[in-house]
Design a binder for this molecule. Structure first.
Ligand code: SF4
Length: 768
C-alpha cells in the first residue's frame, strides 16, 4: 500500500538541523510563549487572556490534563499552554468567503499546519453531495441534514459518534445521552488511541482505570519513575512538580529511547534561578531503553526484588500489604523468578549493571510513583506492560498510601472527564442501569465501536454517518490512507470544531462543519476533570469569535431534539420513548450537573462543590482506602509474558512523536526546539551506529517503508535522516506525517490501541 504524495509536506526547504538542547523551559520558553501569543492574538488580548489560564475563576487550559496546584501564580501556564490558548483565541477568521475561494479538493492538499493557521470557524458550513465547495447553512437546516441522514438509517449502529478530549463534562454527558437514546454505543474517542491500555490494565489490577496519585504524592515520593514520556513538550508543568519533588529529596529515573531535554534539566521560568541560573537537574538515572523493552525492565526489577527478599526475608517486600490486599502473588512470583536475563537485556538494550543500579535505588526508596504516557501504551503488549508496572508497585505496598502510586499522565485537557461522563463504547452495566433509571429509557447494552473498529466499519459500509465533537479524526488515527478512504465511503460526516483541520477536507458524500465556542469564550461555566481526578470549573471571558457560534452543549442538545424529537412538543420519532429536556439543558447547565450527580458516583452535591475554588476530587477506592473493586475484590498480581520484539536485519523500530511546536494533531509551528530542528517536520531521528550499519549518511533523503506481517507495505516518502542519540535499533519521526505507516490491524492486545510506538520499517534512500 503506497500513500499519496506527502500532504503534510509544508515546504522543508528551510529545514535547519542543530544540536539538541540540554534543558527545557527557561527564558526561551517565555519568549516563545509571548511570540506565539502575540502573533495570534496581539499584545493586549494576549495579556488579558493568559492571566485567566488555569486560574480558579478562569478557564481550563485547552492543552493537556496536568493538574493545577492549590496555590496558583499569576502565570499558571507553560509554553505549550500559551500556544494552545493562542490558537483558540486567535483573531484570524475562516468565514464563508474563505470557503468560496478554496474548493475542498484544494484544502485536502494542504498541510495540517496550513489549515490550522487560517483561524477560527465562524458559521455553519455545508458540503452538498457532488459540490466542490462548502457553502453557508443555517443551524436549523444543518440539524435537519443530520436528522435526515440519521433517521434514514436501517439501524442506529450504522452511525458513529466520536469525541475529542477537549469536550467539557456537560457536553460529554448530553452527547452520550443523545447517542444512547438514539440507540447505539458507537462512541469512539481519543482515549482509544492514547490511554486505553492504561485503563484496561489498571481496571484489571486495581479496579479503577485512572491514576491513584495527587500532586502531593509526587512531592512526598522518594523515587519517581518517568517512563515513555516527554513531559518537557507534552505536559510541561509536570517539570515544576518534578523539580519540587526533587528539592524535597526524591530521585528520578527516566526510562525512554530518546534523552529528551525535559527529562534532563529544567529551568523554571517562574523563578529567578530558572531564568538566570543553570536550573535543576531532574534525572538521576537515565535508562535509554529500546522501544518495547519496558515490560522486560519491570519484570527484571520484580525478579530482583524477589531475590533480595529471599536474601533478607522480611526486609524488601511489604508482606502485610500483599497478604491483606492482593491476590495472585504466588503464581506471579513463581513466573517472574524464571525471567531470563538474556531476554531482558535483548528486549531493553540496557546493561545488567544499570538495571541493578536502578534496583538499588528502589530498595532505598520506601515511597515510589511510576508515571507514564504513550511510550508505554501504544505497543502490542502495552496492557501486560502496565500490569507489570502495577506488580512492581504492589510488591512494596506502593498503592494507597502517601507518596506512592500509579500516574498515567493523560493528554488532552478533559479526556479523563469525558470517559467518566460515559463516553465509552463498552459502558458498564451499572452505568447503563443508572442512565435507564434516571431517564426512563432502555439504553443499548451491546458494545459499540472504538476508533479502530469505527474505521473498519466505515470502510466496510457498516457505518454510514460519522459525527465528531471536536478533534481531527483523520490526522489522529492510524493508517491514514485507509482512514481517509473509510471516511470518504460514508454518506455524511459532521465535525463540531473551533478551527479548520484535515477532517473538514476528507469528507463523506455530504459534510457539515458546525462551529463551536472555545474554552476561552463567554458561556455558562462548564467543568472538567484533570489527570488526577480533580473536577473543577472553567469559565471563558472573551467575546465569541463570531455571533453565529454555539456551545458544544447547545449543538448537541439541538441535534438531539431534532433527531429524537422534543418531549415538550410531544414529537414522535426514533426517540419517542425518550423524555429528555434538551432545551432546558442547553439553557441551564446546572440541570445537566444535577443529572450527572444522579447517574455517576462521586458527584454528590455537584453544583455546590464545583463552585468552590479549585473544585473537588473524585473518590478513588485504591487511593483512598485500599479498596480494590476488581473481580477478586483485591489488587491483582498478574503474569505477563516477556516476548522480545525482534526485527529482521536492516530494519528499525519506529516510534511516532510530537514536535515541540505541536499538541496532538495541532501544529503550532515548524520547529522542534529541544531536538534542534527548525523549519521542517519530515525528519527521521536515527542512531548513528544504525546509520553506519545501514550505509546511510546523516542528512540523506529516504522513504520510510513500513512492513506489516500480512506482507503489505506502507510508505511515507521524503524524510531527511538526522543522526541522533536514540536507542540502538530504534528511530523516531513526527505524527501525523507517519500515521500512514501504522497498519489499522496493528493494535494492542486487549485495548485495541494502535501500535504507534513499535512500527517495523526500513529506510529506502531516494535520489532526490
Ligand atoms: S502543562 Fe498542560 S494544562 Fe498546564 S499549561 Fe501546559 S499545556 Fe496547559
Amino acid at each position: 500500500m503506497v500513500s499519496k504524495p506527502p500532504v503534510n509536506d509544508v515546504g522543508d526547504e528551510g529545514l535547519v538541523i542543530g544540536p539538541p538542547k540540554e534543558y527545557a523551559a527557561g527564558l526561551p520558553a517565555v519568549a516563545w510563549s509571548l511570540r506565539h501569543a502575540g502573533r495570534q492574538m496581539g499584545v493586549k488580548r494576549s495579556l488579558l487572556t493568559l492571566v485567566q489560564v488555569n486560574q480558579k475563576q478562569g478557564f481550563d487550559c485547552p492543552g493537556c490534563a496536568w493538574p493545577e496546584p492549590n496555590h496558583r501564580s499569576v502565570a499558571e501556564f507553560c509554553e505549550n499552554g500559551a500556544k494552545a490558548v493562542a490558537e483558540e483565541a486567535t483573531v484570524r477568521r475562516v468565514g464563508a468567503d474563505f470557503f468560496a475561494a478554496h474548493p475542498v479538493a484544494e484544502l485536502a492538499d494542504k498541510s495540517d499546519y496550513w489549515l490550522g493557521q487560517q483561524g477560527r470557524l465562524t458559521e455553519p458550513m455545508y458540503l452538498a453531495e457532488g459540490a466542490s465547495h462548502y457553502a453557508p447553512i443555517s443551524w436549523e437546516d444543518a440539524f435537519g441534514v443530520v436528522a435526515e441522514e440519521l433517521t434514514a438509517l436501517d439501524s442506529p449502529h450504522r452511525a458513529a459518534f466520536y469525541t475529542s478530549g477537549r469536550t467539557s463534562n456537560e457536553a460529554a454527558f448530553v452527547y452520550q445521552l443523545f447517542v444512547r437514546a438514539f440507540g447505539t454505543n458507537n462512541l469512539p474517542d481519543c482515549s482509544n488511541m492514547c490511554h486505553e491500555s492504561s485503563g484496561s490494565a489498571l481496571t484489571q489490577t486495581l479496579g479503577v482505570g485512572k491514576g491513584s496519585v495527587s500532586l502531593e504524592d509526587l512531592y512526598q515520593a522518594d523515587l519517581i519513575f518517568v517512563v515513555g514520556q516527554n513531559p518537557g513538550t507534552n505536559h510541561p508543568r509536570m517539570l515544576s512538580a518534578l523539580e519540587k519533588a526533587k528539592q524535597a529529596g526524591a530521585s528520578i529515573v527516566a526510562v525512554n529511547p530518546l534523552p529528551e531535554a525535559g527529562l534532563l534539566r529544567f529551568k523554571n521560568p517562574q523563578k529567578v534561578s530558572g531564568i538566570l541560573g543553570s536550573g535543576t537537574r531532574l534525572t538521576d538515572e537515565f535508562a535509554q531503553i529500546r522501544l518495547n523493552g519496558d515490560l522486560a525492565l519491570f519484570r527484571a526489577l520484580n525478579r530482583l526484588l524477589l531475590e533480595a527478599e529471599d536474601a533478607a526475608p522480611g526486609t524488601v517486600l511489604d508482606r502485610a500489604f500483599i497478604n491483606e490486599y492482593t491476590h495472585g502473588f504466588e503464581e506471579f512470583a513463581a513466573d517472574v523468578r524464571t525471567t531470563p536475563w538474556a531476554d531482558v537485556l535483548e528486549a531493553t538494550g540496557l546493561a545488567r549493571e544499570q538495571i541493578e543500579r536502578i534496583h538499588r535505588r528502589v530498595l532505598d526508596s520506601p515511597r515510589i510513583v511510576v508515571c507514564w504516557a504513550m511510550g508505554l501504551t501504544q505497543h502490542k503488549n502495552s496492557v501486560p506492560t502496565i500490569r507489570e508496572v502495577v506488580n512492581f508497585l504492589l510488591l512494596r505496598g506502593n498503592v494507597g498510601r502517601p507518596g506512592a502510586g500509579v500516574c498515567p499522565v493523560r493528554g488532552h485537557s478533559n479526556v479523563q472527564g469525558d470517559r467518566t461522563m460515559g463516553i465509552y463504547e463498552k459502558p458498564s452495566a451499572a452505568f447503563l442501569d443508572a442512565l435507564e433509571k434516571e431517564f426512563g429509557f432502555a439504553p443499548p447494552r451491546e458494545h459499540g465501536h472504538d476508533v479502530v473498529d469505527t474505521i473498519r466499519a466505515m470502510r466496510d459500509g457498516e457505518v454510514e454517518v460519522f459525527v465528531a465533537v471536536g478533534g481531527n479524526f483523520v490526522s489522529a488515527t492510524p493508517d491514514t490512507t485507509a482512514t481517509e478512504a473509510a471516511l470518504r465511503a460514508t454518506r455524511l460526516t459532521v465535525q463540531v470544531s473551533t478551527k479548520l483541520n484535515r477532517s473538514h477536507a476528507v469528507t463523506g458524500r455530504r459534510a457539515l462543519i458546525l462551529p463551536t465556542l472555545g474554552r476561552t469564550e463567554q458561556d455558562r461555566f462548564v467543568t472538567v476533570e484533570d489527570s488526577m481526578s480533580a473536577v473543577h470549573m472553567s469559565r471563558g471571558k472573551l467575546p465569541p469569535a463570531s455571533p453565529h457560534l454555539r456551545s458544544e452543549v447547545a449543538i448537541v442538545c439541538g441535534l438531539a431534539e431534532r433527531v429524537l424529537g422534543a418531549p415538550e412538543r410531544g414529537d414522535q420519532g426514533r426517540g419517542d420513548r425518550v423524555s429528555v429536556p434538551w432545551r432546558d439543558f442547553a439553557r441551564d447547565y446546572d440541570l445537566i450537573r444535577d443529572r450527572i450527580e444522579r447517574v455517576i458516583p462521586g458527584f454528590t452535591d455537584f453544583n455546590r462543590r464545583v463552585r468552590e475554588p479549585g473544585g473537588f476530587v473524585l473518590p478513588h477506592g485504591p487511593r483512598d482506602a485500599r479498596t480494590f473493586p476488581t473481580t477478586t475484590g483485591k489488587a491483582n498480581f498478574s503474569r505477563n509474558d516477556l516476548a522480545v520484539l525482534r526485527v529482521p536485519a536492516g530494519r528499525l523500530i519506529l516510534q511516532t512523536v510530537r514536535s515541540h511546536d505541536q499538541y496532538n494533531t495541532t501544529i503550532y509551528g515548524l520547529d522542534d526546539r529541544y531536538r534542534g530542528i527548525k523549519q521542517g517536520r519530515r525528519v527521521v531521528f536515527v542512531n548513528p551506529t544504525d546509520l553506519a550499519e545501514l550505509g546511510i549518511a546523516d542528512g540523506a533523503l529516504v522513504d520510510l517503508v513500513g512492513e506489516w506481517s500480512d506482507g503489505t507495505e506502507r510508505r511515507a516518502p521524503s524524510f531527511k535522516v538526522v543522526s541522533y542519540d536514540t536507542a540502538a535499533g530504534c528511530c523516531a519521526a513526527y505524527f501525523p506525517e507517519t500515521n500512514v505507516l501504522v497498519p489499522l490491524d496493528s493494535t494492542a492486545d486487549e485495548s485495541n490501541t494502535p501500535t504507534s510506538k513499535s512500527i517495523v520499517i526500513r529506510l529506502e534512500p531516494r535520489s532526490s
